[in-house]
Design a binder for this molecule. Structure first.
Ligand code: GLN
Length: 448
């Protein structure tokens, strides 16, 4: 009820929600109360969550913030949703995002505008902007987002939340509308690191329905967090390449202060190098667009959502896709088709895959020298709405510090580490080797 009244009070300004299933939420809350009275326990029992509008929740819309999927109702639950239901969580509603998760500011949503709750003139980040804004505005206790190149960590940083991208394969992608299948992961956006640990614990683990989900034991992440706030015995790597040219000095200072703080908590700071990270943007925008062009081929006007008539199927496809997709989505489909086309495949796609391996190898080498890496999340705090939307390239370049993590498949988390002089949150990124979520949660929790 507190969350519902926060939504009533604030969401008119914030614009995090696309749809809210008030009645279902109240019913689920009642069921959770009953379960609790009956002796059921569990960290997520009765906890209201906001769900990014690209995860299938049976009976609810799943628009991916696209006109293409307006009116579409999900016929089944994503695995993560089924697991949350089992844990007794309340599925409050659907939150805004960049169309098909393509973007960094939620300005690419075809269905609504979301503002940064810290300052309504600024973007909440993206693509999981609705997730981060809803949590920051107390309109949900936590949210699920997805991260292909930073879409959980960057909005969490912009809105002062915790955002965790799990290792590729840690969480089942079944029921997640695919953007770039080799990069996508579902993860939590929360207020605290402990909450992120509990939510991850609930959604992680092998799933027969996703052959890329890995059969690893999921640790009790929540229980493992101790409250001694000590990093004694931990080695934290500081990558010099992550303090990029053009970085806002306030962001750099906040991160350097955070490094100092970790040192005071007992961590040993070591210098590490990620020499190929500078190629991440180029590699990411080749691989992600290539995969997107294939994944989005399913939206053809026949199977899902919008359909405009044509005299033959070709005309039907063309008309529907022209009307259904926004300009950023079209740009990426065209780019992706281009880099995969026979004359260019070797020059772009194949080469990008090779550099992807180099980026992965850099991390393997770095994690020989440290338990986790600490770095900035974004070069700047949240910018003004409209400031970068006319220049897609400028917006792409801001993904320089988040995309290497997805390309390498490792895990990463963003936690708040200060504010700019303009009162906007600044994020600290903590990276861990594959399936070493425990390490980054430990660092984050000690820092909090
Ligand atoms: N900003 C990046 C992009 O536009 C990342 C998006 C994401 O992680 N879904 O592709």
């Amino acid at each position: 009820n507190d969350v519902l009244s926060a939504i009533d009070e604030r969401d008119g300004r914030v614009g995090a929600y696309l749809t809210l299933d008030r009645e279902a939420a109240l019913e689920q809350a009642e069921a959770a109360d009953e379960a609790r009275a009956g002796g059921q326990t569990g960290a997520l029992l009765g906890i209201p969550l906001a769900i990014k509008d690209l995860l299938n929740v049976k009976g609810q819309p799943c628009t991916c913030a696209s006109k293409m999927l307006e009116g579409y109702t999900a016929p089944y639950d994503a695995t993560v949703i089924a697991r949350l239901r089992e844990a007794g969580a309340i599925l409050l509603g659907r939150v805004n995002m960049d169309e098909f998760a393509m973007g960094s500011s939620t300005e690419n949503s075809a269905l609504g505008k979301t503002c940064n709750p810290w300052n309504f003139d600024h973007v909440p980040g993206g693509s999981s902007g609705g997730s981060a804004a809803s949590v920051a505005a107390d309109e949900a206790i936590a949210s699920l987002g997805s991260d292909t190149g930073g879409s959980i960590r960057q909005p969490a940083a912009f809105c002062g939340c915790v955002g965790l991208k799990p290792t590729y394969g840690m969480v089942s992608r079944y029921g997640l509308t695919a953007f770039a299948s080799s990069l996508d992961q579902i993860g939590p956006v929360t207020k605290t690191v402990k909450d992120a640990a509990l939510l991850l614990e609930a959604i992680a683990g092998h799933d027969q329905k996703d052959s890329t989900s890995v059969d690893v034991d999921v640790p009790m992440f929540g229980k493992k967090l101790t409250d001694d706030h000590s990093l004694a015995g931990m080695k934290l790597g500081l990558p010099k390449e992550y303090f990029v040219e053009g970085m806002d000095p306030e962001v750099e200072q906040a991160v350097r202060d955070a490094v100092e703080h970790c040192k005071n908590l007992g961590a040993e700071i070591v210098d590490v190098s990620l020499p190929n990270a500078k190629y991440a943007i180029a590699v990411y925008y080749i691989i992600a667009t290539a995969e997107a062009s294939a994944n989005l081929a399913r939206f053809d006007g026949i199977r899902y959502g919008m359909r405009l008539d044509g005299k033959d199927p070709i005309e039907l496809y063309g008309k529907t896709r022209a009307a259904g997709f926004g300009s950023e989505v079209k740009r990426r489909i065209i780019l992706g088709t281009y880099v995969l086309s026979s004359g260019y495949y070797d020059a772009y796609y194949l080469r990008a895959q090779k550099v992807r391996t180099l980026i992965r190898n850099d991390f393997i080498e770095a994690f020989r020298q440290c338990d986790a890496i600490i770095a900035p999340v974004t070069p700047t705090p949240a910018y003004k709405i409209g400031e970068k939307s006319a220049d897609p390239l400028k917006m792409y370049l801001d993904d320089i510090l988040t995309t290497p993590v997805n390309l390498a498949g490792i895990c990463g988390m963003s936690i708040p580490c200060g504010f700019s002089s303009g009162g906007l949150p600044i994020g600290l990124q903590i990276l861990g080797d594959s399936f070493k979520e425990e390490n980054i949660l430990k660092v984050g929790h000690a820092y909090e």
